[in-house]
Design a protein. Structure first.
Lengths: 290, 352
């Protein structure tokens, strides 16, 4: 068979149509307004957004080193005394201890019950399943004030005295949906065939959970726990309603803002910022290992 | 009594349009030591049957028996059958060694014995050097061998395989297919194999159950299924077929478009009934030296060269005949007139 030769495109024909420059002579000859633009506007806008978000925080950190007795400009020189003052400030350190105690206990509660809830929703079909799933999220959907008042009323009617215990319960309540959300998402990704394979090879359901399912979701459990911890540590509104005589760190700082506005507050706040950042980064790192 | 028996099994899913039968009143008996395939397209019920045997589904009706033990309600971890899943289902956070050892770990076998048996398995399945790797560091073929090793290490009586070759590249599929068959012969275990690939089923199996719409169309050896299909569906599903509709004249002849075709004697016949006649393309001979039982003249309208074979299409008074011939020997030109000849026993009469 004879295959007809494909005609070569004629350079003259292309030239006459004005098509030639960008194809045959390379990019350097293309007029400037035809090349792809660097995204200047996007860069500027991003810069403004970041400034808006972080300038106040940056100022705070900046001022915590200010050798001045008021938390404000002018700048009077650099000092670390506010930090050492913060560390020797007993009420402040006590409230930090309280924050850590509360956050840890609340995280354990939230993650434990969050895991159970997520597992129940994932594994079983029951009447009210969807309602439960939405209802559990209410503490984080509703304004903190509502949750705070509701729990206060509830504890009062139980004659439960306000203390760190009630704070822990409060933090646990809104930590639960956070932990549950992370775990439920991960469970949704779990290939059912793995659980079947474990059963097929002789593992009873409990064993299959520990051998196969829990390792799969462990990063989500850790991630949920870290997030619950961070939220608890920073939390102010629900805490105000539910605390007795003990303060958590944010509460202590807030209380002092009215009377004692020295850069020591800024130092304490910066420490809180540092702690939270560490946890957020940890959380990201754990989550990214999937 | 077979090693696996299904009695009147039905798997029913309720829906808005009434009940959907994934499997409808199926009876199967699988003998010990058989390579038994469940063949069908998706939705035919073959995977459901496998899952019913494995214990991942409970039938709404009927019974599943392993030997003479009724296991219908038993969960998978109580049945002495293991499954090789389609995507292998290897535990991603465990190494190859831990994966293979898992059935023994669950059983509580001593560490010394586990180590020994796992080492054996790694030898048998050519997984040397991969013992400490995680599944995502293995190739498809290696993953499959780990899945096999894991399922066989505690010596189950029956192995269920859910389309194990479908996730492999076409290139190594042939090799692995052969290895599977040899493994089955070597171990003497019963393999129950689900596939939609009829060539695979024919190449591997001692017996095949062809499934369609939740029912078993035919159970037989590969040769029986191929040469004596019990229904039109089986005839069309397996291999290629020439199919003609015609009317019964008497117990030995059928009228196809005016051509009187001899058929193997029918036991019962109703003259005038419509039937379908099937002849496999390789059974028809072009211009043979000695004519067989019947012949017809035709004109070649098409010839396709496939390399190993040539496929001819020949127009005859009976209809269009498809003939497959080895590409060695004479090539017939399009438009030439030829004699086609075949044996009466090559004609299969199908009633549905």
């Amino acid at each position: 068979m004879v295959i007809p030769a494909t005609p070569k495109p004629s350079l003259d024909a292309a030239n006459s149509l004005g098509m030639l420059p960008s194809i045959s002579q390379g990019y350097t000859n293309v007029p400037r307004n035809k090349r792809p633009q660097p995204p200047i506007f996007l860069g500027v806008w991003t810069g403004i957004t970041f400034l808006f978000l972080y300038l106040p925080i940056a100022v705070l950190i900046f001022l915590s080193f200010n050798d001045s007795n008021i938390l404000s400009l002018p700048w009077r020189g650099i000092t670390g005394k506010w930090y050492s003052l913060a560390f020797s400030d007993r009420p402040l350190m006590e409230s930090l201890g309280n924050s850590l105690k509360v956050a840890t206990a609340a995280t354990v509660l939230a993650t434990g019950f969050g895991l159970l809830t997520a597992w129940g929703i994932y594994r079983y079909q029951f009447w009210g399943r969807n309602t439960l799933r939405i209802a559990v999220n209410l503490p984080i959907l509703l304004p903190g004030v509502v949750t705070g008042v509701a729990m206060l009323a509830y504890f009062s009617s139980l004659d439960l005295p306000l203390s760190l215990i009630t704070v822990i319960l409060g933090h646990g309540i809104f930590g639960l949906p956070v932990a549950m959300g992370s775990i439920l998402t991960r469970l949704g990704q779990f290939p059912q065939s793995l659980a079947e394979a474990a059963a097929d090879l002789g593992a009873k359901p409990g064993r299959a959970f520990w051998d196969v399912i829990f390792p799969y979701i462990s990063s989500a459990v850790a991630s949920g726990a870290l997030l619950a911890f961070t939220l608890s540590f920073d939390e102010v509104i629900v805490t105000i309603f539910l605390t007795g005589r003990d303060n958590t760190l944010p509460l202590e700082i807030w209380a002092r803002l009215r009377t004692d506005i020295t850069p020591e507050i800024a130092a304490a706040a910066t420490l809180v910022l540092l702690g939270s950042s560490v946890f957020i980064l940890l959380n990201q790192w754990v989550a990214s290992r999937e | 009594m077979g090693i696996v028996t299904l009695k009147n099994i039905s798997k029913i899913y309720p829906s808005n349009q009434g009940n959907i039968y994934a499997v409808q009143d199926v009876n199967l008996e699988i003998q010990a030591g058989e390579f038994y395939s469940l063949l069908g397209s998706s939705g035919s019920g073959k995977t459901t049957i496998l899952r019913l045997i494995g214990g991942f589904e409970i039938p709404e009706q009927g019974r599943v028996l392993l030997g003479d033990e009724d296991v219908t309600q038993q969960p998978p971890y109580q049945r002495n059958v293991h499954t090789v899943f389609q995507k292998y289902a290897l535990f991603p956070h465990m190494t190859v060694t831990e994966n293979i050892a898992y059935p023994l770990t669950v059983e509580g076998v001593t560490k010394v014995e586990i180590d020994q048996r796992v080492t054996e398995a790694i030898e048998t399945f050519r997984l040397q050097g991969l013992a400490d790797r995680k599944p995502n560091q293995l190739s498809g073929g290696q993953q499959q061998r780990v899945a096999l090793a894991r399922a066989l290490i505690d010596r189950p009586k029956v192995l269920l395989l859910d389309e194990p070759l479908s996730a492999l590249d076409a290139k190594i599929r042939q090799e692995v297919r052969q290895e599977l068959r040899e493994l089955q012969k070597l171990t003497g275990l019963t393999f129950i194999y689900v596939t939609h690939d009829q060539e695979e089923a024919i190449a591997l199996s001692d017996r095949i159950a062809v499934m369609h719409n939740g029912k078993v169309e035919q159970v037989g050896t590969p040769s029986e299924i191929y040469n004596q299909p019990a229904s039109l569906f089986v005839a069309k599903f397996i291999g290629k077929a020439n199919l003609f509709t015609g009317k019964i004249i008497n117990s030995r002849t059928v009228d196809i478009n005016g051509y009187v075709l001899d058929i193997p004697e029918l036991k019962s016949q109703n003259p005038g009934n419509q039937v379908t006649i099937m002849i496999r393309p390789e059974r028809l001979q072009i211009n043979p030296r000695t004519l067989r039982d019947q012949e017809i003249t035709g004109k070649i309208v098409n010839c396709t060269y496939i390399g190993q074979t040539r496929e001819y299409q020949i127009q005859t008074s009976m209809g269009l005949l498809n003939i497959t011939k080895l590409a060695t020997g004479t090539d017939y030109a399009v438009d030439s007139i030829v004699e086609i000849s075949w044996s009466t026993e090559d004609c299969v009469v199908l009633f549905n």
